[in-house]
Design a protein around this ligand. Structure first.
Ligand code: C5P
Length: 235
């Protein structure tokens, strides 16, 4: 059964920890991104670990192989479970990251195309006509898989085809989750919690639908109910 990772995209570390305490036992896995990591360094990770929370450090490294390898080795020395590199950094970069992460270290995930990207954004950045976004994600995913990364971060729209092609061991982590009726914000390639479970995602990364809710624990409970009803229906 898929689990939830809450994206702690809050600019104030104290507010982030207050939110974690408010959510309480409803969530055990948190994603720390560049905002909080820039402000606190490993300090916030230690505080989350002291609360027995699992940590995904989402710094989405994208640089020359040597720099990424050193960054991944530094991140792997922290008490975290997942970390990310951009698959568009290329095979050599991902292979260097894979080696630096080590075999007993955190799982290394390749970010395919940001879920805020539309086909128009991809064409603008890469200067090419796209056949389909799913094909582009497929190409980046195969680079990541060949480089030995443990899985990908991609939208719900591509999750099923990745799962079908790479099997149960290759992790699929889906951000851009929006319960029906929620605001999209800057996200473009979204899916509901039910869609993500149906597509076979292993982890749903959820930020604002939980962190900006008036009752974050209640919002989490509703999302978990939606996820469980799909899991029951599909057996
Ligand atoms: O608030 P929201 O649910 O949109 O947050 C989504 C989170 O997932 C953000 O922390 C964002 O950085 C991250 N993310 C994403 N798309 C990706 C990879 C990560 O939105 N492809």
């Amino acid at each position: 059964m898929a689990d939830i990772i809450v994206a702690l995209d809050v600019a104030d570390p104290d507010a982030a920890l207050a939110l974690v305490d408010r959510i309480g036992d409803a969530v055990s896995f948190y994603k720390v991104g560049p905002t909080l990591y820039t402000l606190t360094g490993p300090g916030l990770i230690l505080k989350l670990r002291a609360r027995r929370k699992r940590v995904f450090l989402d710094l989405k490294f994208h640089d020359i192989p040597n720099t990424v390898a050193q960054s991944v080795a530094a991140a792997a020395s922290l008490d975290i479970e997942f970390l990310t590199v951009h698959a568009s950094g290329g095979s050599a970069m991902m292979r260097a990251a894979r080696e630096a992460a080590g075999s007993n270290g955190p799982k290394l995930l390749g970010v395919t195309l940001l879920t805020s990207f539309t086909p128009g954004d991809v064409e603008e950045v890469w200067g090419k006509q796209l056949l389909s976004l799913r094909d582009d994600v497929g190409r980046l995913t195969s680079l990541a898989a060949e480089a030995g990364v443990d899985g990908v971060v991609t939208s719900v729209l591509e999750a099923e085809s990745v799962k079908r092609r790479y099997g149960p061991e290759f992790l699929v982590v889906t951000p851009g989750i929006r319960p029906a009726g929620d605001l999209l914000g800057d996200q473009a390639r979204t899916g509901t919690p039910a869609d993500a479970v149906r597509a076979g995602a292993d982890y749903l990364v959820i930020g604002r639908p939980i962190t900006a809710a008036a009752d974050p624990a209640g919002a989490t409970a509703r999302i978990r109910d939606e996820m469980a009803s799909v899991a029951e229906a599909t057996g």
